[in-house]
Design a protein around this ligand. Sequence first.
Ligand code: NAD
Length: 482
Amino acid sequence: AKNIPAIMIIFGGSGDLAHRKLYPSLFNLYRQNLIHDNFAVIGTARRPWSHEYFREQVSDAIHEFFDEVDENDVKNFCTHFYYQSHDVTSVEHYVTLKELAQELDDRYSAQGNRLFYMAMAPKFFGTIATHINDQKLVGSGFNRIVVEKPFGRDLATAEELNRQITASFDEEDIFRIDHYLGKEMVQNIMPLRFSNPLIKSIWNSDHIKNIQITLAERLGVEARGGYYETSGALRDMVQNHIFQIITLLAMDEPKDISSSSVHQAKKELLDSLVIPSEEDLKKHFVRAQYAGSDTTFAYRNEPNVAEDSKTETFVAGEVKFQKGPLKDVPIYFRTGKEFREKMSRIDIVLKHSSNPYGFAHSNNITIEIDPKSRIYITLNGKKISEPGIRREDLVYGLTDQELAQLPDGYEKLLRDVILNDSTNFTHWSELKRFWEYIDTIEDYWTKENAEIEELPQYAPYRMGPKEANHIFESPTERWIYE
Ligand code: NAD
């Protein structure tokens, strides 16, 4: 496909996400001719910028992202950008926006196609959706909307937002972004599982003892304490990213790799998601906050964080399904702030079998998502000069050159939106189920908060609280990445 016609409207055009991710990604898609002569972008935000000033900002964003660019390409690209200062609650502004979109549609022959991108503070998503509907901003061609995270803060608010959006858009035209689904190694989970008979044949509860997912950040909340207080690690990381990863790991093989078949397989799996009981929550879940050090703040001393805050900056827990290849297999996760290192990985821990050597390592499979993109499998072999077994890893990875040329996740996801492929986006049926699960935990924690003084505190820049070592089902289980 080449030169897809569309007018794209970015709500939050002066924001950090637009600057760091969206403009560089669109520039690459422009250089690849996916969008070219027949597209234009309208950036909207509060500030009273001119088109000219906006184009300078877009040009800066591109120069910051790429080491080398053809200045002519940048110049031509930027002529497609327009700016409309906009207050999200003002009816008039939506009318002006609609008129500008129509004017640009005529100028660029965009065939009535519209792409809306919500890149603003999430509290505005519902208002924007309602105005898109009331002031009839949709065009006469295709209309798609991209929605950033978080989509609601519980099931009730997510349902409300979904109602506001579905007033103008069908489910297949709603692209709920989960940027983990744009990551190379997350996109590799399906090929790993389904295109390798070797892996496929052991992907079941006979061979897999448990799965361990770690999404670790090195930084604290930085300047985002105010936002984080309304979220916490569970909503920020588990409700979306961790659940999407789990779903890809535990679903049955889809009929084919079309978006509808993949979402169907996910839906069937999630119908069998076990909602944790209070007993489960006591035994298999831990939440905690980072403590301070000589040089860093404790979470509760961060700016805009309540001194008696019970918002978790770390959470570990367990997910299980009643059906599918991983029926009853524990899937453990841990995530949060101020870990020892920034990294994301999945460890698939295989069961041992008896062998004549007496000792052998289990054949674990690790999918390293960040910072490296690679998969490795632990193999046993003989020690060279003494009796016994030694362990070596078999590695599948990208070459340095491939890594250097890897498109950003946002570029891949924007390409998918333009090509109308929603495989790597969150379907409403998934989101709904994720929130039901998260709400159960949040409700229990809210109740528990009345009885506890404070959350466990953990030393910064390690692997989280020691309490997380006791969430396992059996005493023979432990975090294999320490
Ligand atoms: P930001 O605060 O940098 O940008 C917000 C934008 O909204 C700005 O352009 C601002 O001018 C505009 N705005 C705010 N109030 C307005 C009003 N009343 N009327 C009109 N415009 C208004 O935020 P961001 O970091 O770009 O995040 C945007 C979205 O992207 C959020 O949903 C966030 O969760 C998501 N996101 C951001 C990142 C990131 O790296 N920044 C990563 C993942 C997801």
